[in-house]
Design a protein around this ligand. Structure first.
Ligand SMILES: NC(=O)c1ccc[n+]([C@@H]2O[C@H](COP(=O)([O-])OP(=O)(O)OC[C@H]3O[C@@H](n4cnc5c(N)ncnc54)[C@H](O)[C@@H]3O)[C@@H](O)[C@H]2O)c1
Length: 430
């Protein structure tokens, strides 16, 4: 397993070569020279929420780009994104009325009209949107996670291969890969500073995120689409939506993906009508093929201990991003270089690779890290040990059969006003 799908896809090779610290620091002037004025990259944004609007602003901050289309499920999200981006970027936002699109199929026309698409909807739709973008020969920035279930991951893996075959450039929003202190720490680990890695500990423990309560007159589909964080077909649970960042650092630093997972989880604090069907805490023990263990914990509990980070434990020392200590706890290395904004750097790098026609494709790695998080969720929901193959080959497709505002999205509220949550030992996950 360790060797059969290690992290050495185009993403890692290209990034570790072209995206070293020197490479990142030198990037801004080199984009300006790569953009010699005769190439204009037409950008479409699909998913005009918080992150999508941010990603569009970062893409428009790179010379040579122009925003030409916007698509969202909801018209209010399209107009808010248009107004905000127009105010900030003026003529660089050139989106005619007919390309300010809304509805479940809006993504198609937006993608058709662009060279580069930013896929920033809720994660459940990513596989279909990515597949379509690749089929149309478009370069892609897409947010993590890239799927919420096994069938979705398989679709992304297939499209990632197609993207390579078509020489498309794909960058994904696991932005720690573009963050100087993480890159420098990995370089130290590769030199052997902490010795052989024995285990990793990764955390996203905090108070949780927003809820978007039901408003009178909403259909069930609209309600779930607006309050998407709490429904698995849209979000994949917070282990997938947020904690993927930390789980991914373990995979990235180890250069491998786990072969199995077992775990515990449930909901204790977030029980109520606005909190849908997901758990509010998960602890997962992942095992890699060589026996290395990743201990992963994530929770959405107010008023409790919080931590969002990753610790890599070796035979000679311990690393966190930007800092390495020996076994006695003495600091032996600290990152003292420039700090960058990785959300911007990922767009700088993507545009540079498009302009220079150089290979970059993060999709396969991101699909595998997404699957790692899904495998963890399967383990906590079922209470059983789950293998990589079981997660990958699962036929449990969470996407509704029909996408329409009056269609059945799947999860059903009970007579107590609550959506049933998984019960370990009873819930089937594949
Ligand atoms: N890399 C990061 O640090 C980071 C940070 C925040 C969010 N994200 C990711 O970005 C994505 C979006 O998160 P957000 O915070 O912007 O959420 P959001 O709710 O603010 O925005 C999501 C948008 O997608 C739209 N949408 C949903 N389904 C759609 C469809 N089928 N077609 C078109 N539009 C659709 C929604 O209407 C909404 O406007 C998520 O995958 C999230 O995990 C990443």
């Amino acid at each position: 397993m360790q060797n059969s799908h290690d992290t050495s896809d185009t993403n890692r090779r290209t990034f570790l070569k072209a995206g070293t610290l020197a490479g990142v620091a030198a990037l801004a002037p080199s984009i300006a020279s790569a953009h010699n004025g005769d190439k204009e990259i037409r950008v479409a944004l699909v998913g005009c929420g918080g992150r999508g609007t941010g990603a569009a602003a970062q893409s428009l901050s790179v010379p040579g780009t122009k925003l030409v289309a916007l698509a969202d499920a909801f018209p209010d999200k399209v107009s808010a994104a248009y107004d905000g981006l127009k105010k900030q970027f003026g003529d660089r936002v050139d989106v005619p009325e007919e390309l300010r699109l809304h509805g479940f199929d809006a993504y198609k026309k937006a993608i058709d009209n662009a060279d580069l698409v930013l896929l920033c909807t809720t994660p459940g739709f990513r596989p279909v949107h990515f597949e379509y973008a690749v089929s149309k020969g478009k370069h892609v920035f897409m947010e993590k996670p890239v799927a919420v279930d096994g069938p979705g991951v398989r679709k992304v893996i297939e499209a990632a291969k197609q993207a390579d075959a078509k020489k498309l450039k794909v960058v994904c929003g696991l932005q720690r890969h573009y963050q100087n202190n993480y890159i420098a720490t990995l370089e130290e680990i590769k030199k052997g500073v902490i010795g052989k890695i024995l285990s990793t500990q990764v955390y996203w423990s905090g108070g949780g995120v927003w809820t978007r309560p039901r408003v009178e007159g909403m259909t069930e589909m609209e309600y779930q689409m607006r309050n998407w964080f709490y429904f698995n077909w849209l979000c994949g649970d917070h282990i997938c939506e947020q904690h993927i960042h930390n789980i991914d650092v373990s995979n990235w630093f180890l250069g491998a993906f786990p072969v199995k997972a077992n775990g515990i989880g449930g909901r204790t604090q977030r029980i109520g009508k606005d909190w849908g069907e997901i758990f509010d805490h998960h602890y997962v023990e992942y095992t890699y093929a060589d026996g290395t263990v990743m201990n992963s914990q994530c929770k959405h509990w107010n008023g409790t201990w919080s931590k969002v980070s990753e610790t890599i434990i070796g035979t000679k020392g311990t690393a966190v991003a930007g800092m390495i200590k020996d076994l006695d706890g003495k600091m032996i290395w600290r990152y003292r270089g420039e700090n960058n904004n990785p959300y911007q750097t990922e767009h700088d790098i993507l545009v540079k690779h498009i302009l220079e026609d150089k290979p970059i494709n993060n999709a396969l790695h991101t699909a595998y890290s997404t699957l790692t998080a899904i495998m963890g969720r399967m383990a906590t929901y079922s209470g059983k040990e789950v293998t990589w193959e079981q997660a990958l080959n699962s036929d449990l497709d969470t996407m509704p059969k029909t996408l329409a505002w009056d269609a059945d999205p799947g999860p059903k509220m009970g007579s107590n006003g609550l959506y049933p949550a998984p019960i370990p030992g009873e819930t089937k996950v594949f």
